[in-house]
Ligand binder design. Sequence first.
Ligand code: F6R
Length: 233
Amino acid sequence: MEIIRVKDAVQGGKKAFELIQEGMEKGAKVLGLATGSTPETLYAEMTASDIDFSHMTSVNLDEYVGLGGSDDQSYRHFMDVHLFDKKPFAETFVPNGKASDLKEECQRYDDVIASHPVDIQILGIGQNGHIGFNEPGASFEGTTSVVDLTESTINANKRYFDKVEDVPTTAISMGIGSIMRSKKIILMAFGEVKAGAIQKMIEGPITNELPASVLQNHNDVVVIIDEAAASKL
Ligand code: F6R
């Protein structure tokens, strides 16, 4: 793992954007994207740039079950507002949280991933070490599945909802096996709340109990962290 320490989230977004540009110059065509507060500075850099993404494809990590593009809290909506409405991509994929047959939707999403292998995957990390919505205990070989969100994740994400009861308790998430097949992975983490997970991810044992620790097995991972997230290293 290459660790890049930055002053703050803004600098982190700039660094991640530089790496994406380098990757695109070398031929990257598919970006794996994340939602949440962590990649917001990266998406701000992308939208402010004059780079054309209209030949690029994106594949997002996850979506809440029960929410779709017309719901303000859906990850499809988040991506449209933060990136795609301003920077059109050729194709953008996000799991369909409103699919009537969720098992079929997971299979469909695995087919999407298989036909659009991710060149550069952007990741955030949960306070419990999750990547995507692969919570502690998730299989390292996992493909797309419906996952139960832990109390820690529900509490961390309630800030986007009026009340905690409104936070969906399940999501569709790309699996760890698929994430690990991305050619390059850029994980970003900002703030003290991430310091514990970052320390375990980098210095701890590789264990399903801290899903992000699996990244120690990947041969091209860049970790971009601010001082607060690096404070327990
Ligand atoms: C989001 C995702 C999650 C988040 C993580 C951190 O698509 O898959 O793993 O990256 O929960 O969220 P923030 O960035 O809001 O702290």
